[in-house]
Design a protein around this ligand. Structure first.
Ligand code: GLU
Length: 474
């Protein structure tokens, strides 16, 4: 399917930006290479025999520490992929002003083939190998969920770290994406999908960008095709359809595609996939079998959201993509070659290093929460509530003393409410997504050398990483 490797594509995009920036070749080379990639092979006794697993933790750049990036569980995991993903993490963090270097981990495993107990065993053993080499550490290297992993695996990793560092008061900060009840943060699970929604909202706040993509108005009524209803695709599709009035007209999954021009009920479809393992038998809309489901990437729609794996938009299908706007919820879904084809055809792409940064942004909040040992909003919430209440009551008094109708109890309740942790997380995520968009947009609009959002995003983040190295000295 992919006719250019993910690593080649990432490198090509990096190189063309560096050339345009005229960056010192020595520094460019330092930024390009992954600093280190650790391969671990370990045995676990399961089902009466020893199984050997291969895992990686790659550190791309330590211009800031800790380095940050998820751990992926998939059979396709390999060194090239982990290094390319670690590279993206560096630029993702730089672009969004998240003060981390880039890293990524992966384990070659099909998680569906193992029971929960077995997975715990394997995860703890993998974590042990990384922890004993400080490749998981609150101040050096902080993993998070990625494809095939979630809060359950992160809780096991955190516990494993705590067992091996019994006196480390900051142990909980060794990994993010943990369950809320175990030092996680509200809003982390939904964060990447929420970030996709905030990115789209910000895009639609810029009429010039919207019309440049051949679109108009806002997200209301826009037709959307989503590829992959995993954690990221599910949340993005859910929020866009439930909160912004967009219509999800097709969901492409591994075993088939669900199509409904009137808009798919994402919650119902997600429940069906969870209960049955696939889209087959979904009772509403048209369900097409797996045969060439990727063909649906080429269907007519306003917005295409690839939210699964790398390289799905490549030289074989880029010329047929009909979406006006592609937002890369997945890492690396568009190859460098396809990127050129789409660009020449006037398709706007909101690039991965920006579009799916919501996860690491909220990971940053979780890490800070863990280090501060206190939930966000705990000190201010009631104070805010009291003050806001006083303000509303006073305005109500003035209004009624002037014969005007007062303030409704409902408004009072809404307005007076102090910010919860979830409110603060969403506010911080929204702010970060807006700022980052405006940063890359400024370059895109002002500098002819960077004529699309991706090259502008690379330019901005590479400059930030270069500045960090320059300031620090090598
Ligand atoms: N795996 C996610 C990503 O690719 C999140 C990484 C993190 O939170 O550290 O961005």
């Amino acid at each position: 399917m992919t006719n250019q490797s993910f690593r080649d594509s990432t490198q090509a995009m990096f190189q063309s930006t560096v050339d345009k920036l005229g960056l010192d070749p020595g520094l460019a080379e330092k930024i390009r290479v992954a600093n280190s990639t650790y391969t671990v092979r370990f045995g676990v006794k399961l089902r009466g025999q020893i199984h050997t697993f291969t895992g990686y933790r790659s550190v791309h750049s330590e211009h800031r520490e800790p380095v940050k990036g998820g751990i992926r569980y998939a059979l396709s995991v390999n060194q090239d992929e982990v290094e390319a993903l670690a590279t993206l993490m560096t630029f993702k963090c730089a672009l969004t002003d998240v003060p981390f270097g880039g890293a990524k981990g992966g384990l070659c495993i099909d998680p569906t083939q193992w029971s929960v107990d077995e997975l715990e065993h394997i995860t703890r053993r993998f974590a042990y190998e990384l922890i004993k080499r400080d490749l998981i550490h609150p101040s050096q290297n902080v993993p998070a969920p990625d494809m095939g992993t979630g809060e359950r695996e992160m809780a096991w990793i955190a516990d494993q770290y705590a067992r091996m560092h019994t006196t480390d008061i900051n142990a909980a900060a060794c990994v993010t994406g943990k369950p809320v009840g175990q030092n996680g943060i509200q809003g982390r699970t939904e964060a990447t999908g929420r970030g996709v929604q905030y990115a789209l909202r910000e895009f639609f706040r810029h009429p010039e960008d919207v019309s440049g993509a051949g679109l108009s108005g806002n997200l209301e009524g826009k037709t959307v095709i989503v590829q992959g209803l995993g954690n990221v695709g599910y949340h993005a599709a859910k929020f866009l359809s439930e909160e912004d009035g967009s219509k999800i007209i097709a969901v492409i999954e591994r075993d088939g595609t669900v199509v409904d021009r009137h808009g798919i009920n994402i919650e119902a479809l997600h429940r069906h996939i969870r209960n049955t393992g696939g889209v087959a038998g979904y009772p509403s809309g048209l369900v097409l079998s797996a045969k060439g489901p990727a063909r649906f990437l080429e269907e007519e729609c306003h917005i295409l959201i690839p939210a699964a794996v790398e390289g799905v938009i490549n030289e074989t299908n880029a010329a047929n993509i009909k979406a006006k706007l592609v937002i890369e919820a997945a890492n690396g879904p568009t190859t460098a070659g396809a990127n050129e084809i789409l660009k020449n055809r006037g398709v706007t792409i909101i690039p991965d290093l920006y579009a799916n940064a919501g996860g690491v942004i909220v990971s940053y909040f979780e890490w800070v929460k863990n280090l501060s040992h206190m939930r966000f909003g705990r000190m201010q919430r009631r104070l805010e509530e009291t003050r806001n209440g006083m303000l509303v009551d006073e305005i109500g008094r003035v209004l009624s003393s002037n014969g005007l109708s007062g303030i409704s109890a409902e408004f009072r309740k809404d307005f007076a409410r102090g910010a919860s942790e979830l409110d603060l997380v969403r506010s911080g995520l929204d702010d970060t997504m807006r700022e980052a968009y405006q940063g890359m947009r400024a370059i895109w609009r002002a500098d002819d050398r960077f004529d699309d959002l991706r090259s502008a995003a690379y330019a901005l983040s590479i400059q930030k990483v270069a500045a960090a190295y320059a300031a620090k000295g090598l």
